[in-house]
Ligand binder design. Structure first.
Ligand code: XMP
Length: 504
């Protein structure tokens, strides 16, 4: 377990995430924590965060820098340490915010923290004050435009950095955390251990005295992991809405998992008619999404318990980032995600979103630690509006049925050919155009199906996966032979951007 002392930086939670993403437990301590308290916490290393304050503006126990453990001080921590050990810190007229190039000193090649770093790399800075003179005992490790950017006080097991390794723009940030945790603190890499300590602790508090929670489940990984997690604490009423645009296997795969947990009561709401009544004939993608978003809430509302209850949703960190309205980064709406609208005002419900701080890969690890089978946890993402946005042109039952059959062959074959796990997401999209073909000496005039398979990390960017030609050709031929209504199959080679993963 690593301790993080929070001096008030906006990035403290990012430090926490970086450490956690490497499978190491971390606990955040307030800035007024004492040396004694840190010593009692059985830590294997300590990280000191940055701060909006200048050195001297906040009071804390300076003895914490003398604890006999490896320590990493970032930005404000760097300046405090420089000053405490005899260096010089000054306010600079030219402040440094954003991108900087840091270069290694010759001494850094003997240092574990920078092992594997290139001679020069991009690091992210955000500071007004600067260290203009290092403590006499310090070994200079990095510089930025001739000024010190990192040093080490070997005797004190203390490393100090002017930049922020925790932000994604710092090129070697993850490597630096790995070096600190595994090479310097000598923590053993164990993906599951401690990763979810604070999640469990928080849930225990939130669910104190609660006997039952209603949980919205979609058949996807996040909400299923959530339902299983909650079932460890309380009785779970899992609500699953069938809107008519599910794939052949969505409900049955979910049922297969859920039935293993007697504490989960699985309820399917068959809302196919309600959705079809409003979606039949609709072709505009935004209109489809808006109708679905609204109907989801209507249907859901009608099926919630009458009184005082708690509603759990499987929102994860990337959902939060994507829907965050950051005034400094105005974003254009690309698609209205069906589940971002929130619940209508007036519903008296306590919302529980325990996975809000986790990334997808962490949710998968959590699922694994709960005993959920790996092939379910590795399933590709599937959009809430389902096949309705994979059938282009006016929606009709017969087209959705064709898309469903094609999907089933495509996904089934990817699995059978051990290609499924090489792809981040795959989709079969039915296009609203017909082309001429010839089958058994006869002319056909039928629809085109586009296959999509992408590699991605967070769905923000994606690239077409290079699937073997031979497999693609065989799958295309199976689809045309087995699905009436399709006579041509194409493969989508576009990346995101400029395209998106889904076609609508
Ligand atoms: P795009 O198509 O924008 O999709 O590149 C990025 C990821 O989001 C999924 N997606 C959705 N998921 N509700 C969801 O729950 C939606 O309305 C929705 N639209 C797109 C998409 O499948 C991909 O994984």
């Amino acid at each position: 377990m690593i301790g993080i002392v929070d001096f008030g930086s906006q990035y403290t939670r990012l430090i926490h995430k970086n450490v956690r993403s490497l499978g190491v437990g971390a606990q955040i301590f307030p800035s007024d924590v004492s040396k004694d308290e840190l010593e009692k916490a059985k830590l294997q290393g300590i990280i000191f965060s940055g701060s909006p304050a200048s050195v001297g503006e906040i009071k804390f126990d300076e003895n914490i820098f003398e604890i006999n453990l490896p320590k990493l001080a970032i930005c404000f921590g760097y300046q405090v340490v420089a000053k405490k050990f005899g260096g010089k810190v000054e306010e600079q007229t030219a402040r440094e915010y954003g991108r900087a190039v840091v270069s290694r000193s010759r001494e850094s090649f003997d240092d574990l923290l920078f092992e594997g770093f290139p001679q020069e790399s991009i690091a992210w800075m955000s500071h007004g004050d600067s260290v203009t003179g290092l403590p006499s005992q310090a070994k200079s490790l990095l510089t930025s435009e001739g000024r010190p950017a990192a040093f080490c006080l070997e005797k004190s097991q203390l490393w100090a950095l002017q930049f922020h390794p925790e932000v994604a723009h710092s090129q070697e940030g993850i490597r630096l955390f790995e070096n600190f945790l595994f090479k310097i603190c000598k923590i053993e890499r164990s993906i599951e251990a401690h990763l979810f300590d604070d999640l469990y602790e928080k849930l225990e508090k939130q669910l104190k005295g609660i006997k039952e929670v209603t949980c919205a489940v979609s058949g996807g990984v996040d909400s299923t992991v959530l339902a299983v997690l909650l079932a460890k604490f309380v009785k779970v009423r899992a609500l699953f809405v069938n809107h008519g645009f599910l794939r052949n296997y969505d409900q049955s795969d979910l049922e297969e998992i859920i039935k293993k947990y007697p504490n989960i009561d699985f309820k399917v709401i068959d809302a196919r008619e309600i959705f079809w009544n409003e979606l039949r004939g609709v072709s505009d993608p935004e209109e489809k999404r808006k109708i679905i978003g609204k109907l989801f809430i209507d249907v859901f509302e009608k099926n919630l318990p009458q009184e005082n209850f708690m509603l759990a949703q499987g929102t994860i960190y990337s959902d939060v980032i994507e829907s965050a309205d950051n005034p400094n980064a105005p974003t254009q709406k690309i698609k209205s995600h069906h589940n971002v609208g929130g619940l209508p005002p007036g519903i008296k419900v306590k919302l529980l979103e325990p996975l809000r701080d986790l990334f997808k890969d962490e949710v998968r690890i959590l699922g694994k630690s709960l005993g959920i089978q790996a092939d379910f946890l590795d399933r590709h993402p599937f959009p809430g509006p389902g096949l309705s946005i994979r059938v282009l042109g006016p929606l009709e039952e017969k087209w959705v049925e064709i898309a469903r059959k094609a999907d089933s062959i495509f996904i089934g074959e990817l699995k059978r050919r051990n290609l499924y796990s090489k792809v981040w997401q795959a989709a079969a999209v039915l296009l609203p155009i017909s082309t001429v073909g010839v089958m058994g000496d006869g002319r056909t005039y039928e629809r085109v199906l586009a296959l999509r398979a992408v590699t991605s990390k967070e769905a923000m960017t994606a690239e077409a996966t290079e699937l073997p030609w031979s497999d693609l050709k065989e799958i295309a031929s199976m689809i045309v032979n087995e699905v009436r209504g399709i006579n041509r199959v194409v493969f989508d080679l576009t990346s995101k951007p400029p395209a998106t993963i889904e076609w609508e």
